[in-house]
Design a protein around this ligand. Sequence first.
Ligand code: GDP
Ligand code: IMO
Ligand code: MG
Length: 426
Amino acid sequence: MSNTVIVGTQWGDEGKGKIVDMLAEKAGAIVRFQGGNNAGHTLVVDGEQCILHLIPSGILHPGKKCLIGNGVVLDPEVFLKEIDGLAAKGVDVSPERMMISKKAQIIMPYHKQLDNCRESMKSAESKIGTTGRGIGPCYEDKMSRVGIRASDLADPELLRSKIEVGLQEKNVLFEKLFNAEPLDAEKVYQDMLPIAERVKPYLGDVSSVIQDENKNGRSVLFEGAQGVHLDIDHGTYPFVTSSNVVSGNAAAGAGCGPRHLERITGICKAYTTRVGSGPFPTELQDEIGDTLQSNGHEFGATTGRKRRCGWLDMVVLRETARLCDLTDFALTKLDVLSGLKEIKICVSYKYRGETVEYPPQEQNSMAEVTPVYESMPGWDEDITTARNYEDLPEAARNYISRIEELSGVKVAIVSVGPDRAQTIVR
Ligand code: GDP
Ligand code: IMO
Ligand code: MG
């Protein structure tokens, strides 16, 4: 297998975890390159479900190296809870196979408090609906060059002084602006010491592991979180996350050059979902939307919120294809569409009197567009047991062909159920 980047093509929750788990069998290492525990990646193997927020989705394959790259923001408490949970199920999470880049940024308690204070200050229309995990404030500190890096956990004096400096500014905000309790630097530091002790054995040079894997003839799987339309630059700003989600960031966020990225697989749900606020042109606020929500069990894996549902949007996918250089799609949750009489695909938008094939770039313009739909006949058959492309009903194959035509990207993998085995590879 060639080095492969997995990106979410829509607004997250496309089924990245499932596809990474499935492809991990052929890789030497799996590396997360951005985001943090705002992600929730669901794996189902032989009927048993496992939800991961930080640990790469290759962890259920014994012996595969699981790496957390420099581009990730890591909540060390969540990391430890996740490895403890996996260890209790008998999964090997030893530092022999698990590594955190020394350059990854650490999410501190004050980042989470700041995230929640900011959201609660906002009006209903301007709330982003963040996951409240401190993601934005942690990336802010990284860019302000005051962030705590994973390697600082092994340097108590540096850690203490960074916490003190960080809280000088943040406590003013908590007390004067947000009417919240200030945090005591000494307590934050003391609480972090036992956590740091446990995280220390995992710290390492992720970049050189990637290099060695490739040198030894093994491929690397780059696991993206979120979706391209939540990208800090290219998403529906300001209703976005705080990192670059696009495939190009896999190189920067894992620690290799862009020529290492060979195959770029975009994970695409057969319809569209979004959690949190922000424009969503093809959203269905009707019975069909409710059907997709309940048949697809569309609840957020991180926050448990109901996901908003709508038709597939080719404008969104075209933009992802050009921003990410997609080589192929993995089309997921096709089974959820079974039973619909008619399936609609958004092929373009009307925007300020013009027909557009790519999202307009002005802030909030996505809230102004009107989707232009094409309609296709649905199918009634249960497709969850299909394992070959030919097993799919003709209407389902036609839907896939139309997606390929409209995007210019081939569908290489079709997923027909949550289980690892419920997959068709073409
Ligand atoms: P991720 O964040 O992209 O990894 O996706 P999530 O795990 O948050 O959400 C995807 C959900 O859909 C999970 O509950 C998966 O178990 C489930 N899922 C993935 N692929 C399929 C599929 O082909 N069919 C069905 N019915 N469910 C799927
Ligand atoms: P996975 O990897 C879906 C959304 C939040 C919110 C916005 C900003 O499971 O696909 P943040 O906490 O990142 O500052 O929130 O981004 N969001 C996601 N939505 N899937 C995710 O991850 C998400 N991660 C963040 O709901 O709208
Ligand atoms: Mg998810």
